[in-house]
Design a protein around this ligand. Structure first.
Ligand code: AMP
Length: 503
């Protein structure tokens, strides 16, 4: 019997004597050897008591061994639950309590705290360190290197990914085999991945971008990955000439551009740069094309839905847009109050439906019912619009919408103007409590290196370009914006920081 995800992604590794993973030191792991690692890990999971449908939680550094646990969990019919390595033991306690995994894999350094967490929630704890060593690896070493995958249906769960949850508790998004596989198939096709591709992989593998988009496509296409533990500018520059493609968050692109060694020659061998997980500044898009001749392909997705839209591979990749709905994805813009579909060109909530959309939030039927309509449309919480040419533009998160004196203000509109001002590197616009207006618009600026933006001049520029109610009531300067591991600006943190600004 079949296990569709395993059969499509991992089983073909048996035919590969070429390097599937290329490590920073140049060493390679062949497809065949990587599959043997997966098989041994699948036996080890079974030895730890993991049975089909069990959750396998991991909070481990990025390594080939860590990636093999993903394949092993799929082989065992278990539900893979990767956790952000930045989470504290208290945070992990919540996830483990919520998901009740059979097994928790963690770094040996975290074992004193996480061993207790696991014990408290009835899970077994084993270690897997960033260098690939650990008690789980020892257990793997004793196992046979062939394993018969457990049969699964397309609708069976393959993974829980907890949402980044900048407000309220994180929710476990339940993703099925078909959610993952169908999206990988569509993206491989749209972005023309083949067995000749070598993807430069510097993203974390606890998040949908690095784990599912990047890894699943590489596996499905029979391609290879240069597998870096994290983004390291020197390593990126050194290894880029061996790659054909890269997937990154916007900060990857700004960091590459900040280095003069990043030249057109260096990327002569590349065919595709993909960006997502956070908005790419139009300016970065333009600078990147000037420097390299490549137009970055921006796409849009989220934990709950996998990827929804993409700029075209052939055709105009437009800065400031996330392109068109992917094949098989229906996308509409709705009125946040009534749910009615809005006409093209109007800003509203982005809703999506398709095989890519998750099954709901683990043990949160109320939350699921709130966000996932009975007809299958998922209310993403992102605000956006479809322009005259059909390109989707994202305006921001619904919860970041500012309501000041009864008027709606979309931060993005103001941020775009602030970003354009002399001496400004980037900006964030938030709403903070205000005694008269309910919320007031606050603009936060990050100066360009060595620059000191002229706040009075910027204020004057805003007065000519924005309606009065949209004009920030104050401008603040910060050295950096708070960002999470995926480069997303943490507006909730900014709101906390400036909560008393007008109080
Ligand atoms: P996550 O679930 O962590 O992947 O976060 C998903 C959220 O990231 C989406 O709901 C969007 O708000 C944001 N996002 C992802 N891709 C883009 C993009 N290309 N442009 C703007 N925002 C994006």
């Amino acid at each position: 019997m079949a296990n569709p995800l395993f059969d499509a992604l991992f089983a073909p590794l048996a035919q590969r004597d070429d390097a599937f993973l290329i490590l920073p030191d140049g060493a390679g792991i062949t497809g065949r050897d990587f599959l043997a690692m997966i098989h041994r890990a699948a036996h080890a999971l079974t030895a730890c008591g993991v049975t089909p449908g069990d959750r396998v939680a991991v909070q481990i550094g990025k390594s080939p061994q860590a990636l093999a646990v993903y394949g092993a969990a799929v082989a065992c019919g278990a539900i893979f639950l990767p956790l952000n390595t930045a989470y504290t033991a208290d945070e992990v306690d919540y996830f483990v309590g919520n998901a009740t995994p059979r097994l928790l894999l963690c770094d040996a350094k975290a074992l004193p705290a996480l061993g207790e967490v696991a014990a408290r929630h009835g899970a077994r704890a084993e270690t897997l360190n960033a260098d690939g060593s650990g008690s789980f690896t020892d257990l793997c070493a004793a196992q046979a290197d062939s394993f018969t995958p457990v049969p699964r249906d397309a609708d069976d769960l393959a993974a829980f990914l907890y949402t980044s949850g900048t407000t309220g508790r994180s929710k476990g998004a339940m993703l099925t085999q078909d959610n993952l596989l169908s999206n990988a198939q569509v993206l491989t096709d749209c972005w023309r991945f083949t067995d000749r591709d070598v993807l430069l992989h510097a993203l974390p593998i606890f998040h949908t971008h690095g784990l599912f988009v990047a890894t699943n496509i590489t596996l499905l296409a029979g391609a290879s990955m240069i597998f870096l533990p994290a983004f390291d500018l020197d390593q990126m520059l050194r290894l880029m000439p061996r790659a054909t493609s890269m997937m990154g968050v916007p900060t990857f692109y700004t960091r590459l551009l900040s280095d003069n060694r990043f030249t057109r020659d260096l990327v002569a061998h590349m065919r595709l740069f993909v960006s997502g997980s956070a908005p790419l500044l139009a300016e970065t898009h333009v600078q990147f094309e000037d420097r390299t001749g490549h137009r970055i392909l921006e796409r849009y997705g989220m934990t709950e839905t996998n990827m929804n839209t993409s700029n075209p591979y052939d055709g105009d990749r437009r800065a400031g847009t996330v392109g068109f709905p992917l094949p098989g994805v229906e996308l509409k813009i709705t009125d946040p109050a009534t749910g009615a579909t809005l006409p093209q060109g109007e800003v509203g909530v982005i809703e999506v439906r398709g095989r890519n959309v998750f099954k709901g939030y683990w043990q949160m039927p109320d939350k699921t019912a709130e966000d996932l309509r009975a007809d299958g449309f998922f209310i993403t919480g992102d605000l956006g619009m479809i322009d005259d040419d059909g390109y989707v533009q994202i305006v921001g998160r619904q919860k970041d919408l500012i309501i000041t004196g009864g008027f709606n203000v979309y931060p993005k509109e103001i941020e775009l103007i602030l970003d354009d001002q002399a001496g400004v590197l980037e900006s964030a616009v938030i709403g903070v409590p205000h005694p008269d207006f309910g919320e007031a618009v606050l603009g936060i600026l990050v100066p360009a290196p060595g620059a000191a933006p002229d706040l009075a001049a910027i204020d004057a520029a805003l007065r000519t370009s924005l309606a009065r109610f949209k004009q920030p009531k104050a401008l603040e300067v910060m050295a950096d914006l708070p960002r999470n591991a995926m480069g997303k600006v943490q507006k909730a943190e900014l709101r906390k920081l400036f909560a008393a600004r007008f109080g």
